[in-house]
Ligand binder design. Sequence first.
Ligand SMILES: *Cc1c(COP(=O)(O)O)cnc(C)c1O
Length: 386
Amino acid sequence: MKGVFPVEKFKGVQTPFYFYDTKVLRETLETINREAGLYPNFRVHYAIKSNANAKVLKEICQAGLGVDCVSGGEIKAAVAAGFAPEKIVYAGVGKSDWEINLGLDENIFCFNVESIPELEIINELAAAKGKVAQVCFRINPNVGAHTHANITTGLAENKFGIAMEDMETVINLAATLSNVNFIGLHFHIGSQILEMDDFVALSNRINELQDRLEAQGIKVQHINVGGGLGIDYQDPNGNPIPNFKDYFATYAQHLQLREGQLLHFELGRSVTGQCGSLITKTIYVKQGHHKQFCIVDAGMTDLIRPALYQAFHKVENISSDEPVETYDVVGPICESSDVFVKGFDLNKCHRGDLIALRSAGAYGEIMASSYNCRTLPVGYVTEDFD
Ligand SMILES: *Cc1c(COP(=O)(O)O)cnc(C)c1O
């Protein structure tokens, strides 16, 4: 089964470009609000690093989600898109002074602090402005996630967060600093996680940590479990909406929230991944001796995930219904890793055919670069073709 695209209306549009299916995005957001809405203490933030296209952000903002930022630029993008500062959380191992100052000036909800030196600088910069910054500590829970090694973040060997052993030390330190207010714990174990057991493991670890803190009389108002819910890259048409029901239910069942505590989520890929496709044009079909290549005008500069993480994106020839043949689909960039997929069956390809690289809404357009002096791809939504 192939996706449904306004192929006729794509004619004459400069390729490659991103196409975001507004219907899929809205259904995704409605599902999130419905499933998270079953639990009154749940708060969902959108991890803006997965896609900061202004038209996409508008939909997400209208759906009422908060935002998770990992840079000053993202805070600016979130504010420009209309997100309320009191719904912005800000994580990152290397926050620069200007970025912290921006967060303070915007009165964002919370800094997710990843080290003692960072805590001290936030305190100092907040003092200079006569403000008190709300802080959560990002704790590295040493919980593995069954995903690609480059996108696990919660192991002791990763650069992220504060070690569990140091949790009380930083909390006690924060209590001595007058311009930071400790309000909660933050976690994020990785991305493209499809096994609910990984979220169970994180919940169990958080329960242990909460017991430990409670025994010392330390109260925590907010728990933030980050993001990470995966999407079905193999079958975007069969499974356009990620499994939010099980995701939220898993946390509701396993994470023991204390009285009055709020549980925050930071979802990126699962919000934007399935609504987006990279649309590219076949430039040449080249016959090799053992295989044939479909050479397209999009490359790793437009969608780097296959080259960076050996990620799979389903490829569809949306211009042809002829019997399938097997192709390596490759881009024009001067790098051997500029390959989207090898030995993949596509409806017979001809010069000029439009090819859709599916499930490309997250970590696609936002990661585009101008390597080889290429132009950045434009992102369109359904309404742009009405
Ligand atoms: C990347 C990131 C997320 C979002 O991860 P997804 O897998 O896209 O849901 C959430 N929180 C933090 C801190 C992140 O760095």
